[in-house]
Design a binder for this molecule. Sequence first.
Ligand code: HEM
Length: 481
Amino acid sequence: MNSKIHIAVLVGIASAIALAILRGRRLLPPSVGKFPLGEKPWKAYAGLAKTLGPVLSVSTFGKTVIILNSAESALEIVDRRVNFACKPRWPMAELLGKQHSVAFVYYGERHKKMRKVLHASLNPTIIVSTWGEHVDMQSISLCSALLKAPDAFFTLIEDNIQRHVIGHVYGRQPTSEYCRIIKDVMDQTSAALQPGRWMVDLWPALLHLPSWIPGAEFKRWAAEARELFLRSMTEPFLATKADVASGNAPFSFVQYALQNVDYISPEDENVLIDAAGTFVTAGTETTVSVLLTFVAMMSRHPDVQEKAFREIQETVGDDRLANLQDRESLPYLECIIKELLRFNPSVPLIPHSNMREDTYQDYRIPQKSWILINVWAVLHDESTYPNPEKFIPERFKQASTPDPRSFVFGLGRRRCPGAAFAELVLYISMVRLLTLFKFTSMDDGQPFDVVPRLVTIPKPFNCRITVRANARALLESHLTR
Ligand code: HEM
């Protein structure tokens, strides 16, 4: 080998070593200092992203949290890479017995089985034929209840969605006692999943504390919550299973999954119990959040409400209620649905995790980081949605405005399997509420606000609901069709 070749080989080796060292020294994204940041961390992170860049991080108790504040970073990292289909280790969720549920389980065989069973009756191609009649009755029952007690709209919407989702899942009308249990389960879940509230989430070694010692109150609280949660899933499932065996089960999610099965293994039964339980918990608060935001926004924007009402009158007429087939002929209502989802995304920060160490641009993403997709920041980016704090459905008249549904229902292999079902419920409820009622704000200019939890439900607000002239006749003729 002559000396020139020697030098070239040495330079090559040195460059490779330098590159490897540089790679090894990749830094974490810019730090936000502490976790979580304020009462509504999604807003704080969005603000910081404007100066520090769209991808941020924070390290706390040896755990890394990466916050993705732009559409590009979220799509590139979470949507396109299977590595990020995992969910983070969440010690409080484990204590509540949720680590095997669809929304919390690590990415793997059990997750795939649960998605398959959910997909069987919730996939968009069969959604209208499987659930059309059920959601039709759900919206009628909501409107009938509102007709009797319009002032109680807040609790009526919560109760209606909860009762019907339970009915859809198990095929039986839930008792008031069962509804109360489910409400407690959801409140306890929200409390358990509040980021930064529990030391054990930051320091999982605390899981090993015996329950009786001072300071381990969280374990005693979680043990009670866990018992209630497991009971809430097992009892109705076994009742429906018995109905199926005796041939008396009406259509439901569980009945549909069991109908052609002679034998169900304990493992598959467990998968179905968890999938059904998650249908109830994941499908209730999120849908309630959007419907209550709808009432608040219609009452605050009478011009939008009037325009939507006129569109329905001109398309459907005034002698019948709109049905599922009318949806395509109501483009302005479609813009309203998109704007509601953008304006108040029900899950503003979506947690994921990565199975292996990864990189993004020049940044390092350590293995098993918490990845928070800041959906709120993406949908309030003023370069995509001018005046993002304003409620303007017209922005979606332009086909080039990105559809918020690409983010609101999550990303990649964990994207919400109930999205098509949720849209069906939202559309049919909204079109009928707009036809039968008029919403007027009584809030005297007070700003719209949400309770800062994993799922953001609007804070109670004042609204007067008046019944439109032919509402009773329309409801009656729909029921006697
Ligand atoms: C407007 C209503 C809804 C919204 C905004 C919503 C939103 C979401 C979001 C953001 C996720 C997390 C996705 C991710 O990790 O990337 C999710 C997961 C999930 N949702 Fe929904 N959801 C809604 C309604 C429903 C309904 C009606 C069901 C009932 C079937 C449902 C079932 C689920 C399940 C089972 C998961 C866990 C998926 C997984 O981890 O693989 N959701 N949803």
